[in-house]
Design a binder for this molecule. Structure first.
Ligand code: NAD
Ligand code: TYD
Length: 486
């Protein structure tokens, strides 16, 4: 039995107390538990013997009830509803009397915030305010240990700090708040509210700022699952701008463990940065994904997956670099990420490959609409009308870049997109990486990365969760995490 399953089965052991309606039972309220981080947090929390979870989630396009449907209600009780609904939130607090709240519910995708910011202000600002108000009223009714131990963990993002220059030191908890997208601005508003509730009312809010997460159950609008799924389907891999933007990647299970530590040991009014010590340019991440797939699922005809990459117009206001200094949570709460980026990425790519049914279940309907609106492609199934050329450049969002002078052609799924075509304006560093086949391999890629300033502590670490499974066939390793694995 895989280590993960062993841990998971621990969640179903009989508990000394509990049940849905036991007054003052050990319960936590999680908002957004059906989303990417929420799902991983709930699974990890229960697997490590954590108390019962009441999960308030609106089940938007990003929330998938099937992720946690296998959990019994005495472990995980789903309340489908809006965090902006004050009456509902108050009712949940009255009925379940949680000892703490982990607030994850949010609109979370930067590109969507650019094309439709209103939903971000509603959920991320009004929703956070509503929850803080209801939680404060609830907390004021508590006495003794219940009141002293109560916490609300506001799960924020490193994006509130804005963008770093290449040589800037990573963000610390003291970095200036300077958000650049409607998404990060709406999250920063939540930061300010949480801080104000502590300073004004003494309400025990704790805020975390985590870097980019990757791992199982991420909605495939974000970089890593989107590139993996498209590459597997032989579809274009849209790289925004020059692809040299840098993110500091952390495996979602590491983030979930950090949140558990903050829940147990975090000090009210404090903020904690959480990072993976794995800065990578987008193009390096894409090259790694393609390298893994070249080894795991070679394309017919021998072409590399990276050849599917196309440069598209850049995201407006695109932050160039994020990097997190997580010294505080490491030294004060004892946090240390367990996944190295190469191990975690390989497991993640294999997970999406092994869980095609999950992918299929979340990529219908709204997802296809989004792909059409944003990339000018219908779920990548009948894309892109008139590529290159046509009206794509005029669409909202990045869209596929049009370059004048070439006759429109229809895209076909069997059509290879060759490199160095003038119409997608390849920046000069990108084809250099492309032209050297040995650098397509993951091992060689790490060497490419080391040319950037700083060492790579992550390459030395081993993943504890993957430890016992090292040496197993990759498909089994991935399946052990998946909804289809059990
Ligand atoms: P996600 O988009 O995958 O999930 C969000 C969840 O919130 C979904 O289940 C959705 O149904 C739910 N939700 C949305 N609006 C709601 C509403 N009005 N009421 C109740 N539920 C609602 O997001 P994620 O990637 O899991 O991120 C979770 C949190 O972590 C967010 O607050 C995000 O800002 C933060 N965060 C994410 C990352 C990352 O890399 N994904 C990094 C740092 C911080
Ligand atoms: P994303 O996963 O959307 O996370 P965030 O914007 O919160 O960092 O994007 C990660 C990086 O990948 C970001 O620099 C934008 C880039 N990106 C692409 O180049 N192409 C894509 O199709 C997507 C979704 C993202």
């Amino acid at each position: 039995m895989g280590a993960f399953r062993k841990l998971l089965s621990a969640a179903f052991r009989p508990r000394p107390a509990g049940g849905p309606y036991v007054k003052d039972s050990m319960t936590i309220l999680v908002t957004g538990g059906l989303g990417f981080i929420g799902t991983n947090f709930v699974l990890g929390h229960l697997a490590s013997g954590g108390d019962r979870v009441v999960d308030l989630d609106l089940a938007t396009y990003a929330g998938n009830p099937a992720n946690l449907a296998h959990l019994p209600p005495e472990s995980h009780l789903l309340v489908r509803g809006d965090v902006c609904d004050r009456e509902l939130v108050e009712g949940i607090l009255r009925e379940h009397r949680p000892r703490a709240i982990v607030h994850l519910a949010a609109e979370s995708h930067v590109d969507r915030s650019i094309s439709g910011p209103a939903a971000f202000v509603q959920t991320n600002v009004v929703g956070t305010f509503t929850l803080l108000e209801a939680a404060r009223a609830h907390w004021e009714t508590l006495t003794g240990a219940g009141r002293d131990g109560f916490r609300l963990i506001y799960v924020s993002t490193d994006e509130v700090y804005g963008s770093l220059e290449p040589d800037d030191p990573p963000f610390t908890e003291l970095s200036t708040c300077a958000p650049n997208s409607p998404y990060s601005a709406s999250k920063a508003a939540g930061d300010h509210l949480a801080r104000a509730y502590f300073r004004t009312y003494g309400f025990p809010a704790v805020t975390t700022h985590c870097s980019n997460n990757y791992g199982p159950y991420q909605f495939p609008e974000k970089l890593i699952p989107l590139m993996t799924i498209n590459a597997l389907a032989g579809k274009p891999l849209p790289v925004y701008g020059d692809g040299r933007q840098i993110r500091d990647w952390i495996h979602v299970e590491d983030h979930a463990r950090a949140l558990s530590l903050v829940l147990d040991k975090g000090v009210p009014g404090e903020t904690y940065n959480i990072g993976g010590r794995s800065e990578r340019a987008n193009i390096e991440v894409l090259t790694s994904i393609c390298g893994i797939l070249d080894a795991e699922a070679p394309r017919e005809g021998g072409a590399g997956h990276l050849e599917l990459a196309v440069h598209v117009a850049d995201r407006p206001g695109h932050d160039r670099r994020y990097a997190i200094d997580s010294t505080k949570i490491e030294s004060e709460l004892g946090f240390m990420p367990e996944y190295s980026f190469p191990d975690g990425l390989e497991a993640t790519v294999c997970w999406y490959r092994a869980n095609a049914r999950w992918v299929e279940s979340v990529t219908s309907g709204e997802y296809r609409e989004w792909m059409k609106r944003h990339y000018g492609m219908d779920g990548w199934d009948s894309p892109p009308e008139g590529l290159p050329g046509g009206t794509l450049a005029a669409r909202r969002g990045p869209g596929l870049r049009r370059t004048a002078g070439l006759a429109p052609r229809r895209w076909r799924s069997d059509m290879r997109i060759p490199w160095r075509r003038p119409w997608y304006g390849v920046p000069d560093r990108w084809p250099r990486i492309m032209k050297r086949p040995e650098e397509r391999r993951i091992g060689a890629l790490a060497a490419v990365g080391q040319t950037r300033a700083g060492s790579r502590p992550d390459t030395d670490r081993k993943s504890a969760r993957h430890g016992p499974e090292v040496g197993q066939p990759r498909a089994r390793k991935a399946a052990s995490h998946g909804p289809e694995g059990g």
